[in-house]
Design a protein around this ligand. Sequence first.
Ligand SMILES: [Zn+2]
Length: 223
Amino acid sequence: MKIINESGLDLTEIEGLLESFYPYAQETLRFDRHPVIKFVSDPENSANVLGKTAHYDPNSQEVAVFVDNRHPKDILRSISHELVHHKQNCEGKFAQMPKLGEGYAQSNEFLREMEKEAYLEGNMCFRDWEDEYKRNLEENRGNTMNNLTEEQIRTIIREKLKGFLAENKNFFKKGKKVLKESKLLTSTPRKEPKKPKGDFLERIYINKSQEAAKKFTKKFIKK
Ligand SMILES: [Zn+2]
């Protein structure tokens, strides 16, 4: 696949997605030649609600996609549609097309069938790829978590919690109030152990009986 970006816009996101979508489409739709995919810009066309979205040229095997103001998914779906036309071209279907001179209805019917196939297969191909792509993303996310060290996981959880708490300050205040009212949360102030006052001797006088204190002092002085 060759991508030519003529739009002058930064399409790295779409190009990145195409790296995954294009091989998938080639395998699903089964075409043997690589087309050229051209991104084009046409502000006048984009302003028109019924403007063109993309087209395929069977002679140059080029898919041209208009990219102005379009969601990446929409652009990829367009490409998927045009890739079905490319497949039809690879199968020689364009050459089988009845000439307009042979009757409008006949060639019209032929084109309608080609178009039907492009809509159906193009949309399904894109949808199936999208499902698989999302599934892979989820799995990769899981793997990344598995490769983290405990400290990295802790940091992630801490950051997430911080964010959550910052966003839900009022929620927690309210939650606490509700719990208190329902008596599920009883706030019993924790008792701090009293620190003994005074120095060593004073403490003995306070804590022991006077008598014991005297004894102790005598003993202390003798030594
Ligand atoms: Zn078409």
